[in-house]
Design a protein around this ligand. Sequence first.
Ligand code: SF4
Length: 311
Amino acid sequence: MTARTLYEVQQHILQLKKETGVCILAHSYQSPEILEIADITGDSYRLSAMAGKTDAARLLLCGVRFMAETAKLLNPQKQIYEANPNAGCPMAEQFSPEEILEKKHALGDCAVVAYVNTSAALKAVSDVCVTSSSAVEIVRNMPQQEILFIPDCNLGAYVQQQCPEKKLHFLKGGCPYHGAVTVAEGQAAKAAHPEALMLVHPECNPAISAMADYVGATSGIMQFAKQSDAKEFIIGTEISIVMHLALECPKKRFYPITSRLICPDMRVTTLMDIERVLEQIAAGSAEELLLPDALMAPARHCLDEMLRLGG
Ligand code: SF4
């Protein structure tokens, strides 16, 4: 049997997409060959917002589990499939709902704000969801003064800095990859590229955000780099964004803040996974992502509150 090229697999996927009517949504951290065959690309917020806007009744998510869960919560009538069910986000499942409720009660039943990078089970015990780009506005608009912000204490610290009128409480959670970037790595990147602007995701340590010229979500970082007149940028988010920006802006230079900022879960999905799930959908044997009925209403409420308060 002769080996197939990635191009041939892509062509087969495009044909299967047509036959099944499936819309493919891929997170910006996915590989270029996946982004090429996707119908919708973007960060987690854009994917969930766009999932509701497409007419397709069947959606295939290439990213990590909480993104597929969020798509299901926002589109309960649609059939949602994960390209690779082994792709999870360690931060999204860092705490159990029981731990959150225990902390909430210990804090006098304060409001719970959940970053969108959380499991449906954690959203179900939270009052409102936020994205990294909407967190400051939503926390500001909340009537409560005392807030338990889960799970990312780095993003939480950034929000606290922007909203000094609120009192935020945290558990020791966060992204194991963004949170592991060190000040020494930030300084070394600046010393190596003194003309470059530093663009950083707020999941990084606050000391890294303090060194940055811009702090924002992945979509914000990409937009800033594309619109800026500057020619060089140090990128403080997942390393795949360095390559995507370099492809999109050939006249600009992009450098990773550290070559260690790699999310292994975002790497597990392959073109062949997508092809396999599409074949299963065509054959009627694919496993749809379903959430327990008891979670659907409270977790959906948390997302609806995000939209109401400014998400
Ligand atoms: S980069 Fe961090 S927050 Fe994003 S999916 Fe990977 S582990 Fe989760």
